[in-house]
Every structure is written in C-alpha cells, then in structure tokens.
Design a protein around this ligand. Structure first.
Ligand SMILES: [Zn+2]
Ligand SMILES: [Zn+2]
Length: 116
C-alpha cells in the first residue's frame, strides 16, 4: 500500500486516514470521510463560525485518473461513486457555509469535483 500524504489546515480528523472531520475553532463536524475508498481527497470548507479550513489526504496513484462527467450519487447523506457505488464521503451541510471538494475513487480511479 502506498503512503498517505495528508495536509490539514484549521481542522482535525478523528483518524489519520478518515472518519469525522471537524472545524478546529468551534469543534463542529464538517464532514465524514470513508477510510478505504478514496485515492485522493480535497475538501475546502468555510464553517458557519467563520473559520476556513482544508483537508487534503491522498495516496500516490500510478494509474491513469479519469475525469468524470457524472455527478456523485447521494445515498443517505453519503456521496458515492456513480460507477461502482463506493461510499466516499459526507458533507455536513448544516454546519458549513461553503465547501469545495475533489475526490478520486480508489476502485475505478474516477475523479469528481464540485467545480465542474
Ligand atoms: Zn467552526
Ligand atoms: Zn468508483
């Protein structure tokens, strides 16, 4: 397994490779990241308390990344890959003002992001 590269600003995450993500100013949850289904994850948030933070967690990918023209699929608050239904992450909308994300599914190496 390749090494996890992580860079977290103004936030904290329960486990080093996933689980609940918190704003480090007001300690509210901003999201949840599934442990084993992402290749690369970026999450930039503006919390309702005014704090701005970011989470970057990624494994180096040797294979080719595919850009998806599809949206992530929502299944009970969990955003999932629309190719293989891998559960990826959750956004806790009620606690955040704004979010931008980018994620690559580990299984199919498809890239999704919120700006497209
Ligand atoms: Zn906050
Ligand atoms: Zn996938």
């Amino acid at each position: 397994m390749s090494e996890l590269i992580s860079d977290i600003k103004n936030g904290r995450i329960l486990k080093k490779n996933g689980s609940w993500m918190y704003c480090d100013k007001c300690n509210k949850t901003v999201g949840y990241l599934c442990y084993s289904t992402y290749q690369d994850f970026q999450f930039d948030f503006v919390c309702k308390c005014g704090n701005k933070g970011s989470f970057r967690l990624s494994y180096k990918a040797a294979e080719k990344i595919l850009q998806s023209n599809k949206e992530l699929k929502l299944n009970k608050n969990r955003l999932c890959c629309s190719n293989d239904n891998s559960p990826l992450f959750t956004i806790v909308d009620k606690n955040i003002e704004k979010v931008n994300y980018s994620i690559i599914c580990k299984k199919c190496l498809t890239h999704y992001d919120s700006k497209s």
